[in-house]
Design a binder for this molecule. Sequence first.
Ligand SMILES: NC(=O)c1ccc[n+]([C@@H]2O[C@H](COP(=O)([O-])OP(=O)(O)OC[C@H]3O[C@@H](n4cnc5c(N)ncnc54)[C@H](O)[C@@H]3O)[C@@H](O)[C@H]2O)c1
Ligand SMILES: [Zn+2]
Ligand SMILES: [Zn+2]
Length: 388
Amino acid sequence: MKAVVYEGPRQVSTKDVPDAKIERPTDVLVRVTTTNICGSDLHMYEGRTSFEVGRTFGHENMGEVIEVGSGVEKVRVGDRVVLPFNISCGFCKNCERGLTNYCLTTQPEPSFAGAAYGFADMGPYGGGQAELLRVPFGDHNALRLGEDAEEKENDYVMLSDIFPTGYHATEMAGVVPGDSVVIAGAGPVGLMAALSAMIKGAAKVMVVDRHPDRLALAEQIGAIAIDDSKVDPVQAVLDETMGLGADRGCECVGYQAHDPQGNEDTAATLNMLINAVRFTGGIGTVGVFVPQDPGAKDDLAKQGKAAIDFGTHWFKGQTMGTGQAPVKRYNRQLRDLIAAGKATPSWIVSHEISLDQAADAYKNFDARSKGWTKVLIKPGMSTEKKGN
Ligand SMILES: NC(=O)c1ccc[n+]([C@@H]2O[C@H](COP(=O)([O-])OP(=O)(O)OC[C@H]3O[C@@H](n4cnc5c(N)ncnc54)[C@H](O)[C@@H]3O)[C@@H](O)[C@H]2O)c1
Ligand SMILES: [Zn+2]
Ligand SMILES: [Zn+2]
């Protein structure tokens, strides 16, 4: 089968690899119909993780079931399914508590928890930027879709990661109706956090970034855009909240946060939020941070440390939640919002491409080139259908 393979920092190629296949009775085999490129892929693409050369990318996957193992009870051949990026068992100590983001069964390294398709440090699983995908514990992991699966494919594929992840950021931050919310990052995840805050009835949603095209998408759903290349984002949030600060904050950037000129500062977004969120407010951090970052510029960051304003955070009595999102906790509910026409997460899609166009798409998405907000790979497509 064809797949998008990591060849080293800033190098990917589309090439033939062995077909994904059923390996265990509980597996399901999916013909991938849509698979997205994510900001998480970029950390790996840039060589800023331990992702191994030769592995296949792709953790935001959707497709049609073409084969089921002998132990599969529910999922059937022909079902249209979307797969949470987390691969989980459903029966371990963490899964039983709904923490499928920290499954103990599917992560082979005993001192780690959590697994994902095509992801550094998250098990050996093949990615879905390919024609076929093996889904372990298929009954547990596959979310089945209704008759509108193909018609709303670009909405439903967002259930694999970024829509539930954005929602999780608002959950950890504690967003309730009437809240004011500040979001760091207008990438796909930040935009989904903004959409989620709107769905939850936030009174005011503010999104901080410096890319006008991304900020414009935030404005399209009624958020206030704050361009931090033009204004001090903390002051802008204080001005919008009578000097009190926002009720809630969402971190949707991660450890490669940088200033508008490109200088990296791991603590930049955390400190912006600590200072822009009010006393007793909550912060949900879904942007990825790592225990070690040998590629970082400064010594602190190399050791996975961030110089955060902990004194201010403590003084203000704020809370902060962190970590990978437990996609299964939300994907069914969010699917039903999409089905009912009450959420349209595909509004951020900028490009639909074939597998062969992946190298060029990675380059542009990594450069945050103008207009490249969210790339959907359609393995069944041979020529470009849409693009800027
Ligand atoms: N926790 C999870 O389960 C989970 C799931 C998916 C993605 N993620 C992570 O979420 C993060 C965002 O993903 P994405 O796909 O939106 O990525 P992205 O890289 O496309 O978007 C990040 C955005 O942040 C902006 N930014 C950078 N520094 C900033 C700063 N100091 N202030 C404000 N904005 C700043 C960039 O301009 C960019 O638009 C990544 O770290 C990704 O790995 C986490
Ligand atoms: Zn992702
Ligand atoms: Zn488990």
